[in-house]
Design a binder for this molecule. Structure first.
Ligand code: GLC
Length: 582
């Protein structure tokens, strides 16, 4: 029977490295938290979140043991893509505050020892950026300097004298990726909105400009950057006809001709040059001037696994010879839902990522379950499964990233008009007062969820058991040697039940930690020792989903006779008797 079960043992290769190194760097095994600044906390009463609000509430993140905060863009922007269209990379948008406010935020973050990571959006600027305005206008005195800052092309001249775009390339947000500019009599390229012209990384001046922007913020003390839209940074060069080769059709079902999925993006996604560019930025972060702390890169790359892993660094003979991002985001558990894959499939995604990590110093896995571009976890999986996924996120080996509000189980809010991604961007629910304590304004930029009186930080902080209390407990557990350095053994009991343990062989001072996740809607009885080796007979419940009434925190359970209620996740802690990892 046993052969039927997926059974994997992964020795985490960093264990011996850590023992030699003795001290972990600040970001290793960290817990990162994504703040969507418009929605975290409004400090000036205008209905939109801002830097003052973040400063006021930063200490809250200490309670959930956050290592570093990634702020979605706070830079000057016309807000066509809520800040991902930047018109001044060196300044703060007035809706968020001023550069002085930013200095205060840095000071507060130092007091609390929470690192600040900025969103770096290098693929494009806003069409309101002065570079683009100059690039559009041949009469501008700086035209020569900015002429090639963006991707310009004459397009195809048709027999009837009219023009058509230089290729069939499509924008991620639908429609042609080319827009005509009268003043320049050329098309420019934009992977996203027409208001987000792509910068031209085939121009060395653009490289230098963007590197100076990184240095500017590094000098202000930021600890790193999340790089936006990485796979889109380069596109193929012009062909012999002076235009661009078309992309082939993807053949994907249910894709209209103007939708991004209609084409196979061989000329515009994950080009080889892109990886080198990420390594180039890493060299900037590693410059002597910034060596008072390690600065890190997170890379947003929705790419196939083998490509996503290349963002860690350039590998030769199985070892990294040139480093890139410390955290190429691992979206595998977000893009593939457990419901679709079943436990066996989910295990495969976890295992594949871990087993394929490149070898090098400071290489860690990371896990992402949500962000501002998708639906919230509690909506995707049901609010009752919130704990289960928070447990999963916090107990796998490596680094975790939490999207604001997931720790209290916030849900999507239907917004009838506007960007469909806004469902997951509504104001943080702090307490039961007006606007969930987010803002004193009469109107907030997006509506507050109706459930805010039952789902908010203050309430959950005061309950004996709550999603937040569980996350706080998980934060403490993450500090243990076992969750940092322990090996991982995974098994599927059936399609709905996933179990794993973290253990350091031969170390009696490090408890063994077992995790049991029952996604299904019926209770399950089984012998956990059948699936996980070397477990003690009795283990103590450290964290358990709040709706479990039969298994409660602090209970002692027999590992060979476990009853796991439906949709419940459990973290068990016990004495580590194992001399060998098996
Ligand atoms: C990234 C961001 C997304 C934005 C896009 C264009 O995917 O996460 O919100 O719209 O890049 O900048």
């Amino acid at each position: 029977m046993k052969l039927l079960f997926t059974f994997i043992v992964l020795a985490i290769c960093s264990v011996s490295g850590r023992i030699l190194k003795m001290v972990d760097d600040w970001w290793e095994y960290g817990h990162f938290y994504q703040i969507y600044p418009r929605s975290f906390k409004d400090g000036n009463g205008d209905g939109t979140g801002d830097l003052k609000g973040i400063i006021e509430n930063l200490s809250y993140l200490k309670t959930i043991d956050v290592t570093g905060v990634w702020l979605s863009p706070i830079f000057k922007s016309p807000m066509k893509d809520t800040g991902y269209d930047i018109s001044d990379f060196r300044n703060i948008d007035p809706i968020f505050g001023t550069l002085d406010d930013f200095e205060h935020l840095m000071a507060r973050s130092r007091e609390l020892d929470i690192k600040i990571i900025l969103d770096f959006v290098p693929n494009h600027s806003s069409d309101q950026h002065e570079w683009f305005k100059k690039s559009c206008n041949p009469n501008d005195p700086d035209f020569e300097k900015y002429k090639d800052f963006y991707v310009w092309n004459n397009g195809k001249l048709l027999p009837d004298g009219t023009r058509s775009p230089p290729s069939n390339w499509l924008s991620v947000f639908t429609g042609s990726a080319w827009t005509w500019v009268e003043s320049r009599q050329q098309y420019y390229y934009h992977q996203f909105l027409p208001a987000q012209p792509d910068l031209n990384f085939r121009n060395p001046a653009v490289h230098e400009e963007m590197k100076e922007i990184l240095r500017y913020w590094l000098r202000k003390g930021v600890s790193g950057f999340r790089i936006d839209a990485v796979p889109h940074l380069y596109e193929s060069e012009e062909n012999a006809d002076g235009v661009y080769d078309d992309e082939p059709l993807s053949g994907a079902d249910r894709c209209e001709p103007d939708e991004y999925c209609y084409l196979n993006h061989i000329h515009t996604h994950d080009l080889n040059e892109t990886f080198d560019l990420v390594y180039e930025w890493r060299r900037v972060l590693d410059e002597d001037e910034f060596s008072n702390q390690t600065r890190i890169l997170m890379a947003e790359a929705y790419s196939p696994l083998e490509l996503a892993l290349r963002y860690y660094g350039r590998v030769e003979n199985g070892e990294i010879v040139e480093y890139g991002a410390q955290m190429p985001f691992n979206f595998e558990l977000m893009s593939n839902t457990w419901m679709e894959t079943g436990s066996y499939g989910y295990i495969k995604y976890i295992e594949t990522w871990l087993l394929n990590l490149p070898k090098g110093n400071g290489i860690h896995a990371n896990w992402v379950l949500g962000n501002h571009d998708g639906s919230r976890l509690a909506t995707r999986y049901k609010p009752s499964r919130t704990d289960l996924f928070n447990i999963l996120l916090k107990t796998l080996p490596g680094i975790t990233v939490t999207y604001y509000g997931e720790e209290i189980g916030m849900t999507d809010v239907l917004i009838p008009s506007g960007d469909k991604r806004e469902v997951a961007r509504t104001p943080m629910q702090w307490d039961s007062s007006q606007n969930a304590g987010f803002s004193s304004a009469s109107l907030t930029w997006l509506p507050v969820a109706d459930n805010f009186t039952e789902c908010n930080v203050e309430l959950q902080r005061n309950l004996d058991r709550s999603f937040l209390k569980n996350v706080i407990e998980l934060g403490k557990l993450r500090r243990t040697k076992t969750l940092k350095y322990g090996g991982l053994q995974l098994a599927a009991v059936d399609e709905d039940v996933l179990v794993y343990k973290r253990q350091i062989a031969g170390d009696a001072t490090a408890d063994v930690i077992a995790v049991v996740l029952n996604l299904g809607t019926i209770d399950k009885y089984f012998d956990l020792t059948y699936y996980l080796s070397a477990l003690p007979e009795k283990m103590t419940v450290s964290v358990v989903s709040i709706h479990s009434t039969t298994i409660n925190p602090g209970d002692s359970v027999e590992t060979n006779n476990l009853k796991v209620p439906s949709e419940v996740g459990i973290v068990l802690v016990g004495q580590n008797n194992s001399r060998y990892f098996m």
